[in-house]
Design a protein around this ligand. Structure first.
Ligand SMILES: NC(=O)c1ccc[n+]([C@@H]2O[C@H](COP(=O)([O-])OP(=O)(O)OC[C@H]3O[C@@H](n4cnc5c(N)ncnc54)[C@H](OP(=O)(O)O)[C@@H]3O)[C@@H](O)[C@H]2O)c1
Length: 286
């Protein structure tokens, strides 16, 4: 592997992750040579924002002439097809950023002699505006035979991120864990907002009221153990309150079912000392 300064990095896909990754790599001192995308204008915008020295390659194939390490930050469904369409050569390193896909998505690159890897930031990049700071303090899932795996670990470290290695890991379950912690949180907020309105409160006030609560709990989860972060009726063994919630939520069976499912998950970690209360909660939550 070339030294960091000599390593030429290209990014194909100037979307949400690609824009943030490209800027974060450049800021960390990596030699970003080119960006490319399906829409040349998006690649030009990103290259322009990064200053001189970064080329907007006219096409993804054209980028490969100017890069050793190539990040494919395109949608999951496009990775395999794009990889199969590019003129890889031995010496190239092809890396996708999908949590859900294994290295088999890059089989065509591997057959052409490229090393293949995965670099999956456990983070949400919701905007096409580059947000390089979003790598700081997160963990990246990394996969790749050495020396590429070690190189990707080093890159994660230089972006301020930790690493979990994904070799031999069930990728679908790993990705489901990430989805539960990120996308499903949005689903939970949607359910809480529906309950807010069901209580008779103005729907438009749900976000202002529930957002700070959600944020505070997320911070607690990040700071202390799950057991310590858990408060509320299940943690206290308050059977009557849980009964009242379930009775009230019967008006919206989907909300009641979700409350039960998540309540049962809470009961797994709740320190309810009273055996009788625990048994009644278990019967209520299933
Ligand atoms: N965003 C996140 O929070 C996040 C987090 C972790 C991992 N990831 C992973 O990062 C990858 C990219 O996701 P994203 O959210 O950044 O997607 P995105 O915002 O939709 O960006 C994808 C980019 O790829 C371009 N593109 C699509 N097909 C292409 C092709 N065949 N050739 C070249 N460029 C193509 C798109 O161009 P157009 O603009 O013309 O459509 C777009 O600029 C995925 O593998 C995803 O799983 C994303």
């Amino acid at each position: 592997v070339a030294e960091r300064e000599q390593l030429r990095i290209g990014v194909i896909g100037a979307g949400r992750l690609g824009a943030s990754l490209a800027v974060a790599l450049a800021r960390a001192g990596y030699h970003l040579t080119a960006v490319a995308g399906r829409d040349p204008a998006a690649a030009e915008r990103l290259a322009g924002a990064m200053g001189p020295g970064v080329l907007a390659a006219p096409s993804p194939a054209g980028l490969l002439a100017n890069a050793d390490l190539v990040f494919l930050t395109v949608p999951d469904a496009a990775i395999e097809g794009l990889s199969a369409a590019l003129p890889w050569e031995p010496g190239h390193m092809a890396v996708h950023c999908s949590g859900a896909l294994g290295l088999d998505a890059l089989l065509a690159a591997s057959r052409a002699g490229a090393a293949t890897g995965c670099f999956h930031p456990l983070q949400s990049f919701p905007s096409r505006e580059p947000e390089p700071a979003r790598f700081r303090g997160i963990v990246c899932g990394v996969e790749g035979r050495e020396p590429l795996g070690g190189l990707l670990e080093g890159i994660a470290g230089d972006l301020g991120a930790g690493v979990v290695r994904l070799e031999g890991i069930d990728r679908a379950v790993y990705h489901a864990a990430a989805v539960l912690a990120s996308n499903c949180l949005v689903g939970l907020a949607a359910a809480a907002s529906r309950a807010w309105a069901l209580a008779g409160l103005p729907p438009e006030s749900a976000r202002a009221a529930l957002g700070p609560l959600l944020l505070a709990v997320a911070r607690n989860i990040n700071a202390v153990s799950l057991e310590e972060a858990l408060t509320g009726p299940v943690a206290r063994g308050d059977v009557a309150t849980v009964e009242a919630h379930l009775a009230a939520l019967a008006r919206d069976p989907a909300l009641a079912a979700l409350y039960r499912e998540l309540g049962a998950e809470l009961l797994r970690i709740a320190p309810v000392a009273d055996d009788h209360a625990r048994a009644r909660l278990l019967a209520l939550l299933g």
